[in-house]
Design a protein around this ligand. Structure first.
Ligand code: DGJ
Length: 759
């Protein structure tokens, strides 16, 4: 076949870069080899157009200068008893495909299936054109990484075309210049006269020429979110997914392939993070010739999209990160990229206020005076914001529990006597900012909203409607529903000086259908729901640009990169026990920045586990996140109040270090559980390597054992001084011999933080 004309031709190749109007581009097209090469700081990603116009993947890994990458993908398409096709005379089932399509000779799970006018979903997409340009486009209606300046990234768009169905499929790749990250998304456009249906559309497909990997993902449940688990790749399918209409507590939309022999510090690791908050699927399939295919995107079980002539659909994006310095290197790239190029708003990099939230302090049992008493105490300790949690609205006081009034966002004046503004003014008057809780996507059957609009819930006609925490899910795909909730929230938020919203979401989506779309579009509803939620968040942020939204979903049930675009911090888990939080925060840090991990000091015995941990350790653990308190401060002892003041001072002093320093996981709590040391450790190092903070937590102590912690990320030639003792060590020594914590008999739950500065 002959290739159609390129939209842009580039021919002047200078090693890895081509000269583009005098500027370097990190993405090139080599005309002689029909090869695309994307270079980031330390990684290379390459694929080519074959003789049949199909895209074949060639290489993803450490940065290489070469263009003769075809040989790295061999054997391409050769195995017995496989269907073969095309001029290349190869089977796509055993080829490294760049973006595999359904129904041809590739019989693995494929990235795309389009159903055409003939009712078939055999999809055949061939190269049509491409363009390379500076910068990164936004994806309409969806969260996505962005650049602040076009010089930060280059983008390649490759248009593939299905001649029979008249559908254009555009693969969009953005290579970041300062991070080893490539963002990918896909656009499908119906350029014909008749309708087509997208049946499956993954945002990323990467075929590796090996199966020598462990698959790492973040598994969990309510109260135990994002605990890392690993298994070696096996022949066949393995993976994770959510069909909950939310990313969920159970599986997080993130996976990593860790090369055999890699660890926290060394070896090749490939991260895949989905910038999306709804149902998703991430899978790895190993075929009979040891090639591994990664697919990540919208869960095909809950997705389909009908395209009339001229319509187009954009997929959410997947951010791929390559690290040759182990899992730790991958995490640090995600941390920086998401902090700088995904989170937005006034508080993206600015210090977030230390807050107290009344949930575990009072639950539903409060009134304005009780809240004010907590706020008064907070002000004395140096806390900067008071957050009023669930219970302040409608007739939520009916049973003082979660049975009524979601959907009725007006102030309950039995609880807040004199109204919201009066309370906010009082709290502002003692120097604290004010934040408020909402659960905008939900409705209780016992609410005015439900009584007026029972059809506004997600439901399937003729089917039972399942209920969870006494609530139904509002159909956020419907504009009138969003308008109603927006108007109610707007009224509240503009009625007083409210600077923060905790956006909760306490049940999953079921019976997902909508009366607002025709039959052939019912499979769109799950995604339309998410688009609706994103639109509502965006609208609120437009009206209140300085608002901090804190994401929340029964704890950390929607902690994902999609949410970070709107909410720079997310409530990590309802389990506030410090020992549990060490593990939960450890797992969360694998894919998400420390600044996004909301962590609070709560009361003991802990409400979730019954465990008692010292006030000091609760503080030390919460310092590894966006810090706050979640208890009735009026019940603190004098000694605890003094400690709280000190914790807040530490947080303020070390804020930049903790939030924007390079984060190193030093002792894995899951592995160390099996040893007599039974502990965890982590550290943050400033970018200039002049300062670091290290935290050490012992789970089970009680005996003298040898405890040495080798530090990471320091300058070996610098001399670091312990801020507490004045002791001096070279960076080389701290990274080779480490710090020695063997000199005492540590007790259960004891911890320490150590701060060092370079001389
Ligand atoms: C679940 C959240 O995770 C809690 O922090 C709290 O806000 C409750 N919902 C309120 O109902």
């Amino acid at each position: 076949m002959t290739l159609l004309t390129f939209t842009i031709l580039y021919d002047k190749i200078t090693e890895n870069f081509i000269d583009f109007e005098g500027e370097f581009m990190s993405i090139i097209f080599n005309k002689e080899r029909n090869l695309f090469k994307l270079d980031t700081l330390n990684s290379t990603y390459a694929f080519k157009i074959d003789r049949d116009g199909l895209l074949k993947h060639l290489y993803y890994g450490k940065k290489v200068p070469d263009l003769n990458l075809e040989y790295t993908a061999w054997p391409q398409g050769m195995a017995s008893f496989m269907a073969i096709q095309g001029e290349e005379n190869r089977s796509l089932s055993v080829s490294l495909m760049e973006y595999s399509a359904n129904g041809m000779s590739d019989v693995r799970n494929t990235a795309i299936a389009i159903k055409g006018q003939n009712g078939s979903n055999v999809t055949d997409i061939r190269y049509k054109s491409h363009k390379i340009y500076k910068g990164k486009p936004a994806i309409e209606g969806l969260p996505a990484t962005y650049v602040e300046d076009d010089s930060q990234a280059d983008t390649l768009e490759v248009v593939l075309y299905d001649e029979l169905f008249k559908a254009e499929v555009t693969l969009v790749y953005t290579a970041f210049n300062n991070y080893d990250a490539i963002a990918r998304s896909v656009r499908v456009k119906n350029v014909g006269d008749a309708s087509v249906d997208i049946e499956r559309l993954y945002s990323a497909c990467v075929d590796f020429n090996s199966s020598d990997f462990e698959l790492l993902h973040l598994h969990g449940k309510w109260g135990k979110e994002r605990l890392p688990v690993k298994r070696h790749l096996e022949y066949g399918l393995q993976g994770i997914h959510s069909k909950r209409g939310a990313s969920g507590h159970v599986h997080n939309p993130f996976i990593a392939l860790c090369a055999d022999g890699s660890n926290e510090e060394y070896g090749d690791v490939y991260g895949f993070s989905f910038v999306y908050s709804g149902s998703f699927s991430a899978e790895v399939e190993v075929n009979c010739v040891n090639q591994s295919r990664v697919l990540m995107g919208l869960n095909p079980n809950d997705f389909g999209w009908h395209l009339e002539a001229g319509e187009q659909f954009n997929s959410p994006e997947v951010v791929m990160v390559y690290s040759d310095s182990g899992l730790g290197g991958m995490s640090r790239t995600y941390h920086k990229l998401y902090r700088n190029n995904l989170c937005r708003g006034k508080y993206k990099l600015k210090k977030r206020p230390v807050l107290v939230n009344n949930w575990e302090g009072t639950y539903f049992d409060f009134d304005d005076d009780k809240l004010f008493a907590i706020a008064e105490q907070a002000a004395e300790l140096g806390i900067e914001m008071f957050v009023m949690d669930d219970g302040w609205f409608g007739q939520r006081d009916k049973n003082n529990n979660a049975t009524a009034s979601l959907g009725d966002w007006y102030v309950n004046e039995n609880k807040l006597k004199g109204g919201l503004k009066k309370l906010v003014d009082r709290i502002n008057g003692i120097g604290l900012k004010f934040g408020i809780w909402f659960e905008p996507e939900m409705v209780n059957p016992d609410s005015d909203l439900y009584r007026a609009h029972p059809d506004w819930c997600l439901h399937t006609e003729g089917r039972e409607m399942s209920i969870s925490r006494n609530q139904y899910v509002l159909d956020m795909s419907r504009k009138e529903v969003r308008d109603n909730i927006f108007d109610q929230m707007y009224k509240i938020l503009s009625s007083a000086n409210i600077e923060y919203v905790k956006w909760d979401f306490n049940r999953i989506l079921t019976e997902i259908s909508s009366t607002s779309v025709p039959t052939e579009r019912q499979k769109e509803v799950s995604h339309r729901y998410m688009l609706g939620v994103y639109e509502l968040m965006e609208r609120l942020l437009k009206e209140f640009p300085d608002l901090i939204i804190e994401g929340c979903a029964s704890g950390g049930g929607r902690f994902d990169a999609g949410m970070l675009y709107y909410a720079p911090q997310i409530w990590t888990s309802d389990d506030t026990d410090a020992m549990e939080r060490v593990e939960i925060q450890y797992g969360t840090s694998i894919a998400y920045p420390i600044s996004s991990i909301s962590a609070h000091v709560s009361a003991v015995p802990n409400h979730q586990t019954g465990r008692t941990t010292s006030f000091e350790t609760r503080g030390n653990v919460a310092l590894a996140g966006t810090f706050g308190y979640e208890l009735d401060l009026t019940k603190l002892t004098q000694e605890e109040k003094e400690m709280a003041k000190n914790q807040i001072k530490q947080y303020n002093d070390y804020y930049d270090l903790i939030q924007s320093g390079d984060y190193y996981r030093l002792i894995d709590p899951f592995k160390d559980k099996l040893k007599p040391t039974n502990s965890a450790a982590w550290m943050s190092v400033s970018e200039d390597k002049n300062e670091f903070l290290m935290t050490y937590v012992v789970f089970r102590g009680g005996e003298m054992v040898s405890r040495h912690i080798k530090l990471q990320g320091l300058d070996k030639d610098k001399i670091y001084v312990d801020s507490q003792t004045g002791a001096e060590y070279s960076g080389a020594l701290l990274m080779s011999a480490g710090l020695n914590f063997s000199n005492k008999n540590w007790h259960d739950g004891e911890s320490v933080i150590c701060h060092f500065k370079a001389k």
